[in-house]
Ligand binder design. Sequence first.
Ligand code: NAD
Length: 308
Amino acid sequence: MVRILVSDRLDEEGLEILRREGFEVDVKLNLPADQLREAVKDYDVLLVRGRTKVTREVLEASDKLKLVVRAGIGLDNIDLEAARQRGVRVENTPEAVSSAVAELTIALMLAVARRLPEADRTVKGGGWSKEKFLGLELRGKTLGIIGLGRIGCEVAKICRAMEMRVIFYDVVDRDEWAEKYGCEPVASLEKLLAEADIVSIHVPLTSSTYHMIGRRELSLMKPGAILINTSRGAIVDEQALLEALKEGRLGGVGLDVYEEEPPKSRELLSLPNVVCTPHIGAQTKEAQKAASIAAARKVIEFFRGGAG
Ligand code: NAD
């Protein structure tokens, strides 16, 4: 019987599909690295979200492991090179969570532009200072999307409906999507940063996107511009971001992701124009259910060639 180890919390629906299909499914959450290395020896499949670190040591600990499925997007918690060398297939379910992340991106844009967390705290604390909350409208503003992939397109679609101009920068040709979603390509990241009132990051974390937004890039942004990052923390140099905010060059920042999670830099988090969420982009009932079902389908496809 095919044995599956689930080491991150997954919606039950996908696990039920696997059990119904005759797979043996064991859920063992929050295993320390040494226990994970030990546990993985007995399983054909490792089913994770972003929490479990599927390191070379984990992959090399098992001769039985054939498949790692990451429910959701982003494979940066998996050592892909080690998996390739060990002949372990790696799959993910990127399509399942795109709209959840896009909606959080929009929520952060609005929260920063209208200073919602601070306004909420003011009213709940008995205050009523309207003058303090002179916000910005998104309508008519230029949004610059870095990475017009699945999530970037969802964000573009919503922002176009809000009558924003949407420009984007991508390393691959996205003409078809650009036309479909009404976005204009720009030739370089520098051009995007100089033109956008709001910059939203939607690239994966790779060696070429690590600290893609650093001191130089932040200095190219329009004075008062807003930066949103719901992608991966390390794409932005947090120290440079803190400096840009302290110098008053940026209007505000919305962050769902951090270089280190949970984030250690209290100084960045304590600034009034920084709105933070705890990496909850994909954290909706709908997305979690969809990711779990899609992950189950990947396992079934792998072992049964798509049957079931
Ligand atoms: P995707 O692969 O569909 O799109 C990524 C786009 O970025 C592609 O069009 C790609 O060509 C482009 N790109 C890659 N490198 C680039 C570079 N150096 N410069 C410009 N463009 C570049 O991915 P997606 O499904 O849209 O997801 C994007 C990212 O969102 C994921 O990689 C993940 O890190 C993040 N994410 C976050 C959460 C969350 O909870 N906050 C949830 C899911 C995904």
